[in-house]
Design a protein around this ligand. Sequence first.
Ligand code: MSP
Length: 520
Amino acid sequence: MNEPFYVTTPIYYVNDVPHLGHAYTTLLADVLARYARLQGRETFFLTGSDEHGQKVQEAAARRGVSPQTHADETVVRFKEAWQGLHIAYDDFIRTTEPRHVRVVETVLQRLWEQGDIYLGQYEGWYCVPDERFWTEKDLLNGACPDCGRPVERIAEPNYFFRMSAYQEWLVEYIQQHPTFIRPDSRRNQVLGFLRQPLGDLCISRPASRLSWGIPLPFDASYITYVWFDALLNYITAAGYLTDAPRFNRLWPRALHLVGKDILITHAVYWPTMLQAAGLPQPRAIFAHGWWIAGGAKMSKSLGNVVRPLALAEVYGVDAFRYFLMRDMVLGRDADFSEENLARRYQADLAHDLGNLLHRVTSMTERYFEGRVPRPGELEARDRELQERTLALIPQVFDQVDCLALNEALAAVMDLVGGVNGYLEQSAPWRQAKAGRLDRVATSLYTAAEALRLAAILLSPVMPERMAELWQRLGWQPPAALQDGLTWGLLPPGALVTIGDPLFPSQDNHTLSSFRFGQRV
Ligand code: MSP
């Protein structure tokens, strides 16, 4: 369990404006990294930007600035968005950084010297916006099968990576490592893809057509294909070429989170590149589904993007994070609707969680002058809640490990509901009337402890609101939050705070002015 945890997001095209699709993967990585830290594991969370290629070159030319200046200016949008969503990455890699360029050159040189790269003739269809080559049979109605935009016919000498030489090895590797590609449906998809002969991968573009990228170290008249360049970011940041012990520790533990549209590049190109370079494979590649809006994948070209920060402004960052993690069954597509977000907000956060905190703090105020009471002897009902709460801790970590975040969150919210039920049954108000203050103290303390622990389990998803919750309960979390995961840490005598609702009710609010179809 205490193995290091290394999680990556795709590096996003620097030209794009961050939308819900990007935000989701990055939030997922952030949440997983926070759960790993909560378990006391060495954690490395990497995100970044993909900055080379034709699109960036063209956008820069349109603006009359250099591609580097353009990238420097646009990358800020991602950094700001991640900051706004409380995303705490450990490293943000940009493919234009010298540390990365050096890795790309080194790997290319090695593959060239060992004969895994050769000069051939390329002929094919090229999708400029996606920077991907397609074969005739890939095309959908003569257009890019991915984005539906027109493709260009290109024929030219180019360098190739001998990917076909690794096909057999890859099939065997995937068969022997059942959790390498997840979920199973994606694993089967890749195995299906590999039933056809695998071609070699064109890894260069003539510098005359594309100058914005990393020149091949053995032929400067060619530029490295952007995917070959981009995938290597994952080893650059883990310390390949700069920190061997760290690299050896982290790299084999890597978990790549990707959307299903970039599964083949990650599950076919990337493992064969690593194998050719004599490097170990990452632990797993996990492909999640898409967020769908109005029946179609959210994308800038379709104009149905959701602007994550605008929604976070209306509902609060943490509530937005909670919704995304609670409502996507990992691996499947999920329909985004603000109504669903509003419903979850109201039922789970404002009602169940927020009300529970309010009940506990206001009864503490009423019966114990706002100070955490000292619990008496536990009775069966109290012990039951205590045991249920403690049993939930390893269960949640297991569910998170299986990437079943929606289930983990459902289980914690179930406990929150259970604490509300416990208070109904213990009815401290009746005990108070009967003059049994010791029972009132035990019930309130038990409920507060269960809530404090539930909040720790929710804190990777809602870090800011849960810190506020602990403060209201009179608890100061220890420097290493995992030390807070035992029963009985609320100090009797500490002052509770009632304060404003933790999640103000949105009952009277109409849905935000956000609309689908709005271009960003
Ligand atoms: N630059 C490449 C990745 C290189 S990784 C070595 C790239 N970038 S991207 O900016 O297009 O970001 C793609 C990521 O965002 C993918 O994981 C993709 O699945 C995700 N999403 C884009 N739209 C999405 C939705 N509507 N829903 C969920 N995620 C989707 O590809």
